[in-house]
Every structure is written in structure tokens, then in C-alpha cells.
Ligand binder design. Structure first.
Ligand code: URP
Ligand code: ZN
Ligand code: ZN
Length: 466
């Protein structure tokens, strides 16, 4: 029985904050007590962590990653091993990655493939959503079985015709199934059919630079798809979670639905909060580094995203970590922006960027922990095991230095990608030590974890619906 005591830190959860010592026993949080209290003084331990001057926060839950994803004629450059290690460096202790059903194949085959990729390689705990790219009678039946196995959420795409795209009838059927089995439908809400027309027209005009990616994937086409997804979910009687929301108009659709008490949820990502179309327009082919979908928007959209996070019209910030190296991968789209693999790196940066949002006054400390730890855990059936520091929870704990300054850079990051989307950005706050189920993964900024420590974690259904 290993006992660790974390002494002297400021414990912050989504619900409260205060100076508390934390006792960890056998991988779980055993107790919290006021420092210097008789209870805390009485704790004996194999290991004592001095957290004086530090925050003691739950490990981050990143509910949207793509490790080793075949996409855009290549595959995302982080494996489960490199990606989960980088996540830990950034204070994230649980990721929910997307297993993929290939067209013409079953959900089971897709899930088995993702289990094989991840088994024995992860530094932190992980779970899966399922991308459904072929809605048919067999797939619909399989959804029930996956919910039973702890894969309780299903991503559908209104974008990428011919790849992941589902039409409205398929979406409605999947939503009807989810309304019966407790699954949560996650939606990539962009009108991909209309976007493909605009891509073709732009390329015919000779508009081939990365910035045109942002111009053809219009905010109105995100808003339209978001609206349509909400109406389809209402008809089906199912809940809906809209992923990677970037447009102000899409936030308005979510806010309207939530104002009607509909079980509609939304996620945004750091890239939409901190980056913009200015990055897509960087000279030469540099803008390719920022090609993702939904795309980066003009800076003016950011205020609506921050507001949505404060008003709870957006509940979660995930990374949509889907890295492609500039050299050899993003370059596939030189001369044709539509061939640039879509996706940005960020699994290592999320907790720090959101802490910077606290420093900048966009968020309170507790809301930081809520949108990065507690809400994603609740949304995807992992709470209170993950996402909080409370007796009985997994001891996934980060000792965070709120005063350290760091400059984000590809030179120093641990993600397996040759650029940083935030190159040169200085932020205040940095991860010091990370525990996953009570075991040290990062110790005073040294990686001491191991591939294979991380376990597949079956999930319950969405906990905002019970
Ligand atoms: O550009 C993105 N978002 N790439 C990853 C796939 C997706 O749609 O989430
Ligand atoms: Zn997507
Ligand atoms: Zn994604």
C-alpha cells in the first residue's frame, strides 16, 4: 500500500478552493484535511510532496484527441505513446480519443484497431469515442453493444463527403438509436456539401493558399449545420454535443437551444480562443500549420467563445489534438489548400493556455478546472473518478506552479510534431509534478512515467442527463 501526502498547496476543484493537504492511498484520493490539523499531521506517508506556493488541481481530461489517425492521405504524427506522454507534460491525465469505423467495416473492427494501437503504450489513462462513418442497420445495432462496453459517445460528420460524412437520414437514425441506448451523439457541424462546392470554385479561381481554407469553410455553414443538428436531435429525442465550435453564429445556435432547456452541449478548443485567420494568412505556406476544421475564425469571434464559456453555453474545452508535421505532411497541400491535412497539435498546451485565460481575466480559477477537468469528465461518464480531487477519486493530480513563466515552442515541447501552433507565446503557469492513479508521471519537470501505465477506462453515459 503506497501512501503519498501532498502538503501545503491550494487545492482547486470546479466546486471549491482552499488550502488543504491531500492523502493518496493505493492510487486513490483517501482524504483531504486542513494543513496543520491534527488529522493531516497524523498522516504518515512513503512520499511527501511539498506543494507550498503551488496549485493542487485535478489532472486534465482532454475529451478530443486523435492519436495515430489516418487522415488526409497521411496519419497524425503522435502515437498513443508520444501523445499521452506529451499530454502528461501538459497536466492532462486522461484522454478520450476517437476510434474510427472505416466505410464498409464494422464499429467492432474500428474499436479493435484502436485498442491494438493503444494497448500497453499509454502513459496516462484513456478512453474512446467512436467515429461512425457508415450508418447502417448493423452499425446501429453495434452502437448498443459499445455503450455497454463503455464507449458511450459517437461522432458523426456533416462535413467531409466521401470520407466520414453522414447524410441527414443517417444522422437521424443514429440519433434515434442513441436516444434509446443512452449514447451521446457528437457532431462535426459544418455543411460539407456546400463547402465542397466553394472549394471547387475557389480552386478554379486559382485561390490555392492556406488562407482560402478559412474563407470557404464559412461561419454561416457552421451555424447552419449546428442549427440542423439541433433540430434533428430534437426530432430524435437525443442529446447532442457539438465538437470544435469556432463561429460566433454557432455559439448563438447553442445558446438558443440551451435557452429552451434542450440537452445540447458545446465544446471549443484553445486554437479558436487564441489563434485566428491572421495565422492562416501567414506568408508563404506557413498558414498550413493552422489548417483545421472547423477553421480558425477572424479574431472577433473569440469574444463570443469566451462569453459562451463563462455563461455555460459552452461547457468543455478540448484540444482536437490532430498533429501533422509541417515538413512532409502539411506540405501535401502546397498549391491546393484542400489537400492540407486538417488538424492542429495542442494536447500539451491546453491546461497552460486556459490558465493564461485565468491570468488574462477571461475565466475564474474554478471555471478553468471545470471546463478542462470536471465538465469533460461529467460529459463523458468519468466523474467523479476523473476530473476532481475528492475521497474515492483516482489520484490524478497536478502540482501546478501559477507563477512560473514559460515560452511555448517546438524546441521544448514533447509532442511529436515539428512546429508549435503557439511558437514564441509566453504564458504564466506551468506543470510541476503529475500523478496518475497515485503514480508519478512527471516529477519536478522530469518524465518518470512509463508506457503501459495508462489503462483503458470504460465510461458511463453522459452525467449531465441523469
Ligand atoms: O481539423 C480537424 N479538426 N481534424 C481532426 C478531425 C476532426 O474533424 O475532428
Ligand atoms: Zn471534427
Ligand atoms: Zn477531432
Amino acid at each position: 500500500m503506497t501512501r503519498t501526502v501532498i502538503r501545503g498547496g491550494l487545492v482547486i476543484t470546479a466546486a471549491e478552493e482552499g488550502r488543504m493537504d491531500v492523502l493518496v492511498e493505493d492510487g486513490k484520493v483517501a482524504a483531504l484535511a486542513t494543513p496543520d490539523s491534527a488529522l493531516a499531521e497524523g498522516w504518515t506517508a512513503d512520499r511527501t510532496i511539498d506543494a507550498t506556493g503551488m496549485y493542487v488541481i485535478p489532472g486534465g481530461v482532454d475529451a478530443h484527441t486523435h492519436f495515430d489517425l489516418p487522415f488526409g492521405g497521411t496519419a497524425s504524427s503522435d502515437t498513443f505513446e508520444t501523445g499521452t506522454r506529451a499530454a502528461a507534460w501538459g497536466g492532462t491525465t486522461t484522454v478520450v480519443d476517437f476510434a474510427v469505423q472505416s466505410r464498409g467495416r464494422s464499429l467492432r473492427e474500428g474499436l479493435d484497431t484502436w485498442h491494438a494501437k493503444s494497448q500497453g503504450t499509454c502513459a496516462i489513462d484513456y478512453a474512446f469515442h467512436m467515429i461512425v462513418s457508415d450508418v447502417n442497420e448493423h452499425t446501429l445495432k453495434e452502437m448498443d453493444g459499445l455503450v455497454e462496453e463503455g464507449v458511450t459517445s459517437f461522432k458523426l460528420f456533416m462535413a467531409y463527403p466521401g470520407v466520414f460524412y453522414s447524410d441527414d437520414g443517417q444522422i437521424l437514425r443514429a440519433m434515434q438509436r442513441a436516444s434509446g441506448n443512452g449514447g451521446l451523439i457528437m457532431m462535426h457541424a459544418e455543411n460539407g456539401i456546400a463547402i465542397d462546392v466553394l472549394i471547387e470554385q475557389a480552386l478554379a479561381r486559382g485561390e490555392s493558399d492556406p488562407r482560402h481554407h478559412g474563407e470557404v469553410r464559412k461561419a454561416l455553414l457552421e451555424a447552419e449545420a449546428t442549427h440542423r443538428a439541433i433540430q434533428l436531435a430534437r426530432v430524435a429525442g437525443s442529446p447532442l454535443y457539438v465538437v470544435h465550435v469556432s463561429a460566433e453564429e454557432a455559439v448563438a445556435e447553442l445558446a438558443r437551444a440551451r435557452g429552451m432547456d434542450l440537452p445540447v452541449f458545446g465544446e471549443t478548443c484553445p486554437q479558436y480562443l487564441f489563434l485566428s485567420t491572421d495565422n492562416l494568412a501567414e506568408p508563404g505556406f506557413e498558414g498550413a500549420k493552422y489548417v483545421c476544421s472547423t477553421p480558425l475564425r477572424p479574431r472577433e469571434h473569440q469574444a463570443a467563445l469566451w462569453r459562451g464559456l463563462r455563461t455555460d453555453d459552452l461547457q468543455v474545452v478540448s484540444t482536437d489534438h490532430c498533429p501533422f508535421c509541417f515538413s512532409g505532411q502539411k506540405e501535401l497541400g502546397r498549391g491546393d489548400f484542400s489537400k492540407i491535412p486538417n488538424g492542429l497539435p495542442g494536447v500539451e498546451n491546453r491546461m497552460d493556455l486556459l490558465h493564461q485565460a485565468v491570468v488574462d481575466g477571461h475565466l475564474s480559477r474554478r471555471r478553468w478546472i471545470e471546463i478542462a477537468c470536471a465538465a469533460p469528465a461529467r460529459m463523458f461518464g468519468l466523474y467523479p473518478r476523473k476530473g476532481t480531487i475528492a475521497p474515492g477519486a483516482d489520484a490524478d493530480i497536478v502540482i501546478y506552479d501559477p507563477n512560473a513563466r514559460q515560452t511555448l515552442s517546438a524546441e521544448t515541447h514533447h509532442m511529436n510534431v515539428d512546429y508549435s501552433a503557439y511558437e514564441g507565446k509566453t504564458v504564466t503557469g506551468r506543470v510541476g509534478t503529475v500523478l496518475s492513479r497515485g503514480e508519478l508521471v512527471i516529477e519536478r519537470r522530469e518524465f518518470v512515467g512509463r508506457a503501459g501505465h495508462g489503462r483503458f477506462t470504460p465510461r458511463a453515459t453522459c452525467q449531465y442527463l441523469n
